[in-house]
Unconditional design. Structure first.
Length: 295
């Protein structure tokens, strides 16, 4: 059974239809990312899935329950990390988590959760003394304390420095290893690429693409880009393949990169030419995303 199943979801605010017949599924134990620009309908969709906003049409099942009718048992099975969470600054990390654990009949041990999010040396610190990254870890600890089956992570690493983001990514990966299902929203394409098993791109209230990050939008079958530099005095007209020049760098669009590389490197070896900085890449997830949502 899918952890989340959505079909024909619609939501209107006055004369504006924010969500226009969205449909997708998230498998149990999967990390699924919703991508899209501001105003695309992501937040509305997630709030409906969490049970905090009513829908106008469509069917929604979250952990086998319609979230509009989900009671306390449903809420015990989900964890939510908002973009900003208000936590009393004067309480300690340990106090905040012990209070939260009291709301759940089968809470995880506080010490275990503190260790899971990497705050084991901060349990006695007041919240106001935590750094931004440490507060975000506490937000995640609060979502995990009830041992949920499904977590909603809304822009979980916004404002993080690169090291803190990597640490947060490793933590989300560990959640997958624990068998948790994760629905993630993010504006960072590298984050979606690293974390998500599948992504859905929402634009204008509709899902415009869905699939693994490696293949969505035809990334895995599109033309590759071969880039390199040549010694001064050589021009693109001398190359055995069609190329365009961008300053000191030559770029080849290659539908068949293996054949193009063979031709190019054979030519270079025959003439003793160095192909400096040679790289072969396909379109990035960001390239595909910008095409899908409109630059």
């Amino acid at each position: 059974m899918a952890a989340i199943a959505v079909e024909g979801l619609r939501k209107r605010y006055g004369s504006t239809e924010a969500v226009k017949g969205i449909g997708f599924e998230v498998a149990e134990g999967e990390v699924f990312a919703l991508l899209g620009p501001n105003g695309a309908g992501k937040t509305t969709t997630v709030e409906i899935l969490e049970g905090y906003r009513d829908r106008d049409a469509g069917t929604v099942s979250v952990l086998g329950v319609d979230p509009e009718r989900g009671g306390s048992r449903f809420r015990e099975r989900i964890g939510i990390v908002l973009q900003e969470c208000g936590i009393e600054d004067l309480l300690t990390v340990d106090e905040v988590l012990r209070r939260q654990a009291g709301y759940y009949p089968r809470a995880r041990p506080v010490e275990e959760v503190i260790a899971l999010v990497g705050l084991e040396d901060r349990g006695g610190d007041r919240v106001r003394r935590l750094s931004g990254g440490q507060r975000r870890r506490l937000d995640l600890a609060l979502a995990l304390i009830g041992d949920p089956d499904l977590l909603f992570l809304d822009e979980p690493t916004t404002g993080f420095d690169p090291a803190a983001r990597r640490n947060a990514w490793d933590l989300v990966k560990r959640l997958g290893e624990l068998g948790k299902t994760v629905l993630l929203t993010t504006h960072y394409m590298d984050e979606a690429q690293y974390l998500a098993d599948r992504v859905a791109v929402i634009a204008g209230g509709r899902v415009v693409a869905e699939g693994p990050p490696s293949s969505i939008g035809g990334r895995d079958v599109g033309a590759a880009r071969i880039r390199f530099s040549l010694a001064e005095g050589l021009s693109e007209s001398e190359l055995p393949v069609k190329a365009r020049r961008d300053g000191a760098v030559f770029e080849v669009e290659a539908p068949d990169p293996t054949r193009a590389l063979h031709t190019l490197t054979g030519w270079a070896l025959e003439r003793g030419v160095e192909l400096s900085g040679l790289t072969v890449t396909r379109r990035s997830l960001e390239d595909v995303y910008l095409d899908l949502v409109g630059r």
